[in-house]
Ligand binder design. Sequence first.
Ligand SMILES: [Zn+2]
Length: 189
Amino acid sequence: MSKRKNPDTSSIAYRHFVDNPRYGREPQWSSWTPPHEMAVHEVDKASRIPGTAIPVDPSLYQGRIIRRTPGYYLDCSCNCTSCKRPFIFFAAEQKYWFETLGFHADARAVRCAECRKIVKASQEVQSRYVELSHLEPRRPEQDLEWLELYCALPGIKSSALPEQVLNRLAKLPEIDSARLEECRRILKP
Ligand SMILES: [Zn+2]
């Protein structure tokens, strides 16, 4: 195994990388580079960052369908498919994905941490919208939440007419008029 010094210039080289709240934006230098390609988990080969290797726990790969058990993970630099900015798919993150979460060995981080968060939030909004859409009858507060989610999800279709829901809510004194006005503004053709 070859030792590698942490490059002093790393902060500059990686300053335009998207920050990951858990791991940061710069490589996590371990001073280790695996002795040969075959020892490394098969994430993007071209973008592996030398000197960031951490060992695999082979016992956590037992019984899994995988061509070979890798010896190491390495930090990899990737480009986000959503925002196109560079980010690091960290060795520690790979270890967590493949060993703790049991993700398939082919799994890759395609989005940066910021975009992953946005996608997750949008999925949560959509599933809450679907949940409220099937709720019958809804309380006024749930009606308002449904309307706000409808307004937040561009291009979504609804069998209920949002204008009717809005007019129904406008008659209720307990409904927050500022929130309702915001929905009216968005729904305006
Ligand atoms: Zn991104």
